[in-house]
Design a binder for this molecule. Structure first.
Ligand code: AMP
Ligand code: MG
Length: 326
């Protein structure tokens, strides 16, 4: 069986094609880059609509397939930005109707975990999923992916991006902060907020900006921002690991590109005798392949949807999905 997956929750429009053996036949992504500021949802959606056809043609070509070879269409139905989700869903419905094949909704966060399990061979990891739009510590238990901890306000990627914008660094801010942090030498105390198993980054972000306005060295602030935020993320992941007694840790999402976060996570995993996985960058980022693979898992384990049921869900939680394939 061959599944075509469409991703479009935020800035990336992606089309991936996978087969039932887990071979990734194509993974084409088109990423909207705002001219200034953060992602404008309607502009991003227009970008997706404008790039959908090219992405589809490129994906089929790279998989050396014809549209008629597709047996199933999967799409990211949430969580994400409304206009973007609706555009991707419309593309998916149109394609499924035209090809007369089944369609299946996929939860974006779960897709990040499933592609990591496929590519890295992790079986049952505690996952830290950190991106521009999400920050969650997730582990499987009793039929669902449970959220053991999450941000109570802004996601870590957004914290880094907004901080960068406020201090005049270009978007996306994460890589800029990482670059400057390497040159930082002095730790400046910043608010470290862990509440129970949850996290908060907005106070940290505001205070880091204030330190900049007060004249502190930007390299020191970037260093301190990373150390503070990442320590909080690792602390919550560590407690989830200790509680669940799992033997694997996975780091994914756009912020997983950060070398310092990887190092801190790897050290923590080692201390617990757990294996540590970070999927290659192509699969840490938003893409169609993870949607295709997760849709295929769901369909082959009995999930079915009528077209009317393919509504998008901006706030679709990871722990609302019954996992039929585990
Ligand atoms: P995503 O939302 O998964 O596409 O990931 C995008 C987010 O990852 C943005 O917030 C980026 O700033 C962040 N990001 C990308 N590279 C890095 C990096 N090297 N360090 C920290 N954050 C990063
Ligand atoms: Mg994502």
């Amino acid at each position: 069986m061959i599944c075509l997956g469409i991703e479009g929750t935020a800035h990336t429009f992606g089309i991936g094609i996978v087969d039932s053996r887990g071979n990734i036949l194509a993974n084409v992504t088109k990423t909207y880059l705002p001219k200034q500021g953060g992602i404008h949802p309607r502009e991003a959606a227009q970008f997706h609509a404008a790039n959908a056809k090219t992405a589809l043609v490129e994906a089929l070509k790279s998989a050396k397939l014809k549209a008629r070879d597709i047996d199933l269409v999967a799409f990211s139905a949430g969580p994400g930005l409304g206009p973007c989700l609706r555009t991707a869903a419309t593309a998916a419905r149109a394609l499924a109707c035209w090809l007369d094949v089944p369609i299946i909704s996929v939860n974006h966060c779960i897709a990040h975990i499933e592609i990591g399990r496929l590519i890295e061979g992790a079986k049952d990891p505690v996952t830290l999923y950190v991106s521009g739009g999400n920050t969650q510590v997730i582990a499987f238990d009793a039929g669902r992916y449970r959220v053991f901890g999450e941000t109570l306000d802004i996601p870590i990627g957004n914290c880094l991006d907004v901080f960068a914008r406020e201090v005049g660094l270009p978007h996306p801010g994460g890589p800029q902060v990482e670059r400057l942090a390497r040159e930082g030498e002095n730790y400046i105390p910043l608010p470290y907020v862990v509440k129970g198993m949850d996290l908060s980054f907005s106070g940290l972000m505001t205070e880091a900006v204030r330190k900049y306005k007060d004249g502190a060295d930007l390299r020191d602030i970037c260093f301190s921002l990373q150390e503070t935020a990442f320590a909080a993320l690792v602390e919550v992941t560590e407690r989830a690991l200790a509680h669940t007694e799992k033997r694997e840790v996975m780091l994914t999402g756009g912020v997983a590109a950060n070398q310092r976060l990887r190092e801190m996570m790897r050290l923590m995993a080692e201390e617990h005798g757990a294996r540590f996985y970070v999927p290659p960058r192509e699969f840490c980022q938003d893409c169609g392949a993870n949607i295709a693979w997760t849709g295929l898992l769901a369909y082959t384990h009995g999930a079915r949807q009528r077209l009317e049921e393919t509504v998008v869900r901006q706030r679709w939680r990871t722990d609302e999905v019954d996992i039929l394939w585990r």
